[in-house]
Ligand binder design. Structure first.
Ligand code: PSU
Ligand code: MN
Length: 309
């Protein structure tokens, strides 16, 4: 049983020494760990980790995977700890609400977008790359990912390929608007569909200039806006999938989830795995390619933020 005092929990966040040293003179990009421990299968998760880190480094920034390591909120998951997460050896999915419990119980926790945003906020990390955010679920609109609420209160530029079509995308975009989350298309004026490049859902802002994103973020912070700036970029053309293929796989996945009675935090990982089976692995290649390109864009934006603070 947990028997520590408050001091036992300090400091709130631990930086890996390598990341702390590297980001003295370079920009840092946070990367999510739930996509490694729950979102992608073994061994593709290892490939995703390599490709995202390499993409950040190639653009002159420092990659930092965020996770809870044996109860310690960590910026920079590395070495044996990283190996445990890649093998998914007793590693839980940790959303924002689970952070305190994971600390108290000394758990290994792979952080979702929501939990990663919360830790970036505490640590002062301003740029974060992921694959797709959670959102409003299709068959149960009361099941809305905590990612949306955390985006509303975390001052972090978050780069993603939209949200997967396992979700209700129009409803997800509406909720982001209600929460006051800025959504800017990078190289697109449509909300991307994660596997697909477009969804027909129009965005009110788009750019192809990382420094414009940096300026918008600075302005919104100066104005006291509490939340994120969500940058959405379509998956690379060569890896993107056809909407008809994805739709059929999603229908199958939703049916399977209903039959299996999947609820709570298990819903998203279940649907992601079912879509992957339903597209015969094509979705996996798309997933890896977009994670890499989102990491590269995040690094460009982080560098722009540092150049023009
Ligand atoms: N969408 C993806 N891949 C993922 C996730 C979402 O395309 O791996 C993960 C992310 O970690 C996201 C989480 O934050 O699922 C959302 O889970 P939930 O719906 O339980 O909030
Ligand atoms: Mn949920």
């Amino acid at each position: 049983m947990y028997a520590g005092g408050v001091d036992d929990l300090a400091p709130a966040v631990r930086w890996s020494p390598a990341v702390a040293a590297a980001c003295r003179d370079r920009a840092v990009v946070a990367l999510e760990s739930s996509v490694l421990a729950q979102g992608l299968p073994v061994p593709a998760n290892r490939e995703a980790d390599h490709r995202m880190r390499a993409a950040v480094v190639a653009q002159g920034a420092v990659p930092a995977v965020v996770a809870v390591v044996r109860g310690v909120a960590t910026i920079g998951l590395e070495g044996d700890d990283l190996e445990r997460f890649l093998r998914r050896d007793g590693v839980r999915k940790v959303s924002a609400r689970d952070l305190g419990w994971a600390a108290a119980r000394r758990l290994d926790g792979a952080t979702t977008v929501a939990a990663t945003l919360a830790l970036c906020t505490v640590a002062g990390v301003e740029v974060f790359a992921t694959g797709g955010i959670g959102g409003v679920h299709r068959e149960s609109p009361f099941d809305e990912s905590a990612d949306l609420l955390e985006l509303a209160r975390s001052p972090v530029i978050t780069i993603c390929a939209g949200a997967k079509s396992i979700l209700d995308l129009p409803a997800t975009l509406e909720r982001l608007e209600s929460y006051g989350v800025a959504v800017i298309g990078f190289g697109t004026d449509e909300f991307p569909g994660f596997f697909t490049r477009g969804t027909g859902l129009r965005l009110s802002a788009s750019t192809d200039d990382p420094s414009e994103i940096a300026r918008a973020f600075r302005a919104q912070r100066r104005l006291g806006r509490p939340g994120a700036l969500l940058v959405v970029q379509p998956p690379p053309a060569a890896a993107a999938l056809d909407a008809s293929l994805v739709d059929a796989a999603v229908e199958g996945a939703l049916r399977d989830a209903r039959q299996a009675g999947i609820v709570g935090p298990a819903v998203t990982p279940f649907l992601l795995a079912a879509v992957e089976r339903g597209t015969a692995g094509a979705s996996l290649q798309a997933n890896l390619a977009l994670l890499e390109s989102n990491a590269a864009l995040a690094a460009r934006i982080a560098v722009a933020c540092r150049e023009a603070p």
